[in-house]
Design a protein around this ligand. Structure first.
Ligand code: URA
Length: 221
């Protein structure tokens, strides 16, 4: 795992939120609202990977100081992979209201599970895709709270990499080292923003200790 491409948000405020998400007794109402708040907070942290320009401004005391401004906010394209990522994407839009948005519906085909010495993989059914124009100035942010095997994101990358965007940021809550390595091997310009890396997958491809099925927990199904 290439450490400089994987940003883990770490402070007590964020750790408390992660604890709430991991707790099986957390209601869907709370789970959903914590994810939405985290979408905003991850968005703020993600600004470390966004282009900035220096600018000079004058304060009310008539003193000129150096500041910065984040550029190309309208070149950001948020792509939540339905369904669990909706609250995260909604929260992130509060940080970047100018971002454009694409939608992808993709699901693992559970029966296609393949397990070998490398790990677990699934075939992915991509049933819906609507993307804004992506070009080599675009910053594409793919949002999926649980990145277990990497199979879904890799399928989505097949759709995105053909447009050669300037940067791809993968936003999630928990990923495994296995998924991170698989995804990073697909292109040089990929970075991750996550709350945690959990080592293990169970035999169904769920992250352990993880937080369960994020979609079920968001929607109360
Ligand atoms: N998707 C989830 O929602 N949870 C997991 O642990 C793995 C995939």
């Amino acid at each position: 795992m290439e450490a400089k491409k994987v940003h883990i948000l770490e402070n007590p405020y964020i750790s408390e939120k992660l604890t709430i998400l991991r707790d099986k007794n957390t209601s869907y109402l709370v789970f959903r609202s914590v994810l939405e708040e985290l979408g905003f907070l991850i968005g703020v942290e993600m600004s470390k990977s966004l282009p900035v320009v220096e600018k000079r401004i004058t304060t009310p005391l008539n003193v000129e100081v150096k500041g910065i401004s984040i550029t190309n906010r309208d070149k950001m394209i948020l792509i939540p992979i339905l369904r669990a990522s909706i609250p995260l994407a909604w929260g992130m839009l509060k940080a970047y209201p100018e971002a454009k948005m694409g939608l992808i519906v993709a699901r693992r085909i559970e029966e296609s599970i393949k397990t070998d010495e490398k790990g677990i993989r699934f075939d992915i059914e991509l049933s819906y895709k609507k993307l804004p124009r992506i070009d080599n100035n675009s910053i594409v942010v793919i949002i999926d709270p649980m990145i277990a095997t990497g199979s879904t994101i890799i399928r989505v990358l097949d759709e995105i990499l053909v447009y050669n965007p300037s940067k791809i940021i993968i936003v999630g809550i928990i990923a495994t080292p296995y998924a991170i390595d698989r995804i990073l091997s697909k292109a040089e310009n990929i970075e991750f923003y996550l709350l945690a890396v959990d080592e293990k997958l169970d035999e169904r491809g769920y992250i352990v200790p993880g937080l369960g099925d994020a979609g079920d927990r968001v929607f109360g199904t």
